[in-house]
Design a protein around this ligand. Sequence first.
Ligand code: T46
Length: 143
Amino acid sequence: MFSSSVYNCNVIDLPKIHNRSGNITPIHGELDIPFDIKRVYYLYDIPGGESRGGHAHYRLYQLLVAASGSFDVILDDGRMRKTVSLNRPNVGLLITPGIWRDLVNFSSGAVLLVLASELYNADDYIRDYETFLSLIAKQNYSG
Ligand code: T46
């Protein structure tokens, strides 16, 4: 799991069906994104200047979409960091297991849609950054 790299967390262009009266983006698990979708949730009414995330997951794959507005995602695999800005509803960011993420710079009225590969499980979270780094160090040591 902790062989994950920020380089595997790619931006995915999602389908966009143009319509005079508005657009539609359908997302099919295992077709448009590389996992089956078991859960959908969305974050909204996020106060300006607030940040979210601040954790990694052991098993969870996620696709993050700015359904409305914009925000930045800082990805960290313990060795490298990269920041991805999301601001289009037909673009998603894949986050693989073992990646620390911080979500910052939410625009007013932003809606963060998340498609997830697993049901909610509090035990799947690593919420302490030092623990996260030590798990990566162990992985590197054992090869
Ligand atoms: C992630 C980012 C993008 C549930 O009971 N069920 C759920 O499915 C979720 C996602 C959360 N919760 C509860 C757990 C906490 O008591 O909602 C509360 C807030 O969750 P959390 O502090 O994890 O919120 P974020 O915004 O920091 O993180 C969430 C997701 O948990 C996480 O997987 O990647 O959104």
